[in-house]
Design a protein. Sequence first.
Length: 328
Amino acid sequence: MDIANKAGVSTATVDRVLNKRGGVSKRKVELVHKALNELRAPEEVVSETVSPITVGLLVDSGTSFIEELLELVERRYGDDPNVRFKCFTSHTKDFEPSVFSEQMIAWARKYDGIIIAVREHPAITRAIEEISENGTPVICLTTDQESPKHLGYVGMDQIAAGLCAAQLLGKLSGDRSGEIFLATSAHYRCQEGRETGFRRLLRKEYPNLTISEIINSNDDAETVYKLFKARLNEGAKPLGVYNVAGGNTGIAKAIRELGLPIAFIGHELNENSRRLLENGQMDFVITHDMETELKRCIKLIRRQKDFPDGNQPEYELLPPVLKTRFNI
């Protein structure tokens, strides 16, 4: 109604313009968009006038996660004059703690804030503490760190994610007794949280299910395929698989070759997992709203820049998002 009044047109015209239904003159389209711009929420106007910030984003992960995150940064912030990103990535199997930590320290001298998604390691803890003591905020994205010096963590509630996976596999298994394969990777706190929630609920409510680990997949599809296939060749017939790490395509390939009905739950909705869901090779993907998480990281960095004194660590746990072939 406000837009219609300000533009001097009917509400039906506003509806046609905003929903791109056509049948409206060019002049009225211009009036509606002008009115909409003038009536935008105050926070939207502020977002255009804030001072620019520079952000160093450093990621240690598997290929799919890295590609998805970098594509989001480019799509969302590539043309944003108020947020400038510089990105550094390292694949899980190529991770060198000293190189990663030194890159963090070097960039902290140049940028307003540092966002990291990286496994826990003493070199990373040292870098976080040095950077934070020098006044540059460090925000953990997706996976947290032990050091109390970082400004905050923004990401999914990982324990809740593991609980969801356990509930799903427990119900899918019914009264049957058997093994559930648990695939993990490197020392990421997010994976530890998922595993904690998963084990907790299975132990409590599904004692008919036991866990068999496949560890150190390095978030690599070929590696986890070989590990999983070797276990299957030894005669294992799991009722389900929960992959807390990367490499979903490798697990799907091994299951497909075996030809048995094995329930499969993994993480991160990306190009690979979308295809696996569509083809019925994955049953569920537990994911999260990365764009919202990135926005909140930037908000924390900007707050630190504008109000450098008195900021306390902030932890924003977002609920897991469950995807099936029907809601992707």
